[in-house]
Design a protein around this ligand. Structure first.
Ligand code: EPZ
Length: 431
């Protein structure tokens, strides 16, 4: 098993480029099933999640060609309507196959995705949306069975107790674009990744109004045609790099990202007093003396503060004097990184859905365990600010969402090495 050995070091300095957004590329790959013509996708990040998704597309019958790194040509001529458990269980985002299979095949059998460490991952809203499109939906043997022979557009309110659903919105939009009639979708997710999906669907001939707003109006069409599309930049990867610059007090320019995709995040960092220079397609973090100011933040659906940047901000706040409060409203137990940060010396108390972080704490390197994608990133960021070496295990979580993470960070001065767990000092393994 791979591990990262991260040594605390001084300021990171230089330019670091952002790749394509994982959470846009996943539903967009599923959307290629909506037409029998070829869809060419560019700026698709090279991540294990992408390999899983393209494997599932091939399983249901699509032809996938990768003419060059980052580019995929997908042609879904003949499809089957079943997405099996052994594939879906590897990645819950494969639930995004439901919408396209329902739209194209008028039926679907998709295994229900498992939960994950950040909490239960229900799909009740996805099912509610399909039923509102006059689909027959039944759950049995761990599969969602959908009969969409009478599918037709209709009014749908898709909000749940935590507000909108990102992949739920993606699924219902993809089901509705080929459904006769008009669908008015209220409380739709407004995340930039959903906007990117809708922009591709419109390029393919779909009729969608209100893109980027919580109210979408979709007019069904007979067929969709092929298109070419470049996936938007990954705002979560960008935010992670911004924190890497901030936590090491470096001078880091994160390139290839429009600051407008990170409104709430940058607003919070400005409130903390982090000096930044914002350009059209870059965010530059500047060095600072003394401490940032503590913050009080609540994660919310877009345009609120993104839950996927919650753990990274928490790592930064361990180095900030005063009390910061981070409240997680999307996944209440998305604090698996906290016990690991405490092992490194962080002073954090969990009170219900909130983490109360008392900074600044002196962090020292320790063997720690990654638990989910964004928690892994937070541990690495904390390790940059720690004295000594931190060994981060189970970094396969990280490989799901960050492409060439250690190479990109090493290039701006980070001391991060990908090794094997057998390389860990024996005394650490005995712990
Ligand atoms: C997407 O997950 C992202 N994944 C997640 O990123 C992200 O954290 C999440 O949106 C929130 O922004 C992808 O896009 C592949 P939701 P998704 O449906 O769509 C509840 C990462 O680190 N809910 O918006 O699964 C749910 O429990 C990953 O890149 C229902 O109750 O999230 C949660 O509390 C982690 N019923 C809230 O809504 C449903 O049917 C938001 O979930 C669906 C969701």
């Amino acid at each position: 098993m791979d591990v990262f050995k991260v040594s605390g070091n001084g300021p990171l300095n230089g330019e670091i480029a952002v790749g394509g957004a994982k959470n846009a590329a996943l539903p967009i790959l599923a959307a290629t099933l909506l037409t029998e013509e070829t869809v060419t996708l560019k700026n698709v990040p090279d991540l294990s999640d992408m390999r899983f998704m393209t494997e599932i597309l091939r399983h249901v019958g699509a032809e996938t060609v990768q003419p060059e790194p980052g580019t995929w040509e997908i042609t879904a001529k003949k499809l089957t309507h079943v997405a099996p458990y052994e594939l879906v269980r590897k990645m819950r985002a494969s639930v995004c196959l439901l919408g396209p299979l329902v739209a194209r095949m008028r039926k679907a059998e998709v295994s229900i995705p498992g939960g994950c460490v950040i909490g239960p991952r229900p799909i009740d809203l996805h099912i509610k949306g399909l039923k509102k499109l006059s689909c027959e939906v039944e759950i049995s043997n761990g599969y969602v069975h959908v009969d969409a022979s009478n599918i037709k557009g209709g009014p749908i309110f898709l909000g749940g107790r935590s507000g909108s659903t990102v992949t739920g919105t993606a699924n219902i939009v993809m089901a509705a674009v080929l459904a006769p009639g008009t669908t008015r979708l209220e409380c739709a997710a407004c995340e930039p990744e959903v906007v990117d999906l809708c922009n591709l669907l419109v390029k393919m001939g779909a009729k969608i109004e209100g893109i980027g707003s919580p109210e979408l109006t979709i007019t069904g069409v007979e067929k969709l045609h092929g298109a070419e599309h470049s996936v938007i930049a990954d705002r979560i990867e960008a935010g992670t790099f911004v924190v890497a610059g901030a936590i090491t007090r470096g001078d880091v320019t994160v390139k290839g990202i429009a600051p407008s995709l990170l409104g709430a995040f940058l607003d919070k960092l400005e409130e903390a007093g982090l000096p930044m220079e914002l350009g059209e397609d870059y965010i530059r973090v500047l060095p600072y003396e003394g401490s940032l100011k503590p913050v009080d933040v609540i994660t919310l659906p877009h345009p609120g503060y993104p839950t996927d940047l919650q753990a990274q901000l928490g790592a930064l706040m361990t180095q900030t004097e005063g009390l910061s409060i981070i409240t997680e409203r999307i996944y209440p137990n998305r604090f698996m990184h906290v016990p690991e940060l405490q092992r490194m010396g962080a002073d954090i108390a969990i009170e219900g859905p909130s983490a109360i972080i008392k900074g600044a704490s002196k962090l020292s390197g320790a063997p720690v365990m990654a638990s989910d994608l964004r928690a892994s990133a937070a541990l690495i960021l904390a390790a940059f600010a720690a004295t000594g070496d931190t060994w981060i295990q189970r970094i396969y979580h990280l490989d799901r969402g960050y492409e060439r993470f250690e190479q990109k960070l090493t290039a701006i001065g980070a001391k991060i090495e990908r090794l094997k767990d057998t390389d860990m000092p024996k005394e650490l393994l005995e712990e």
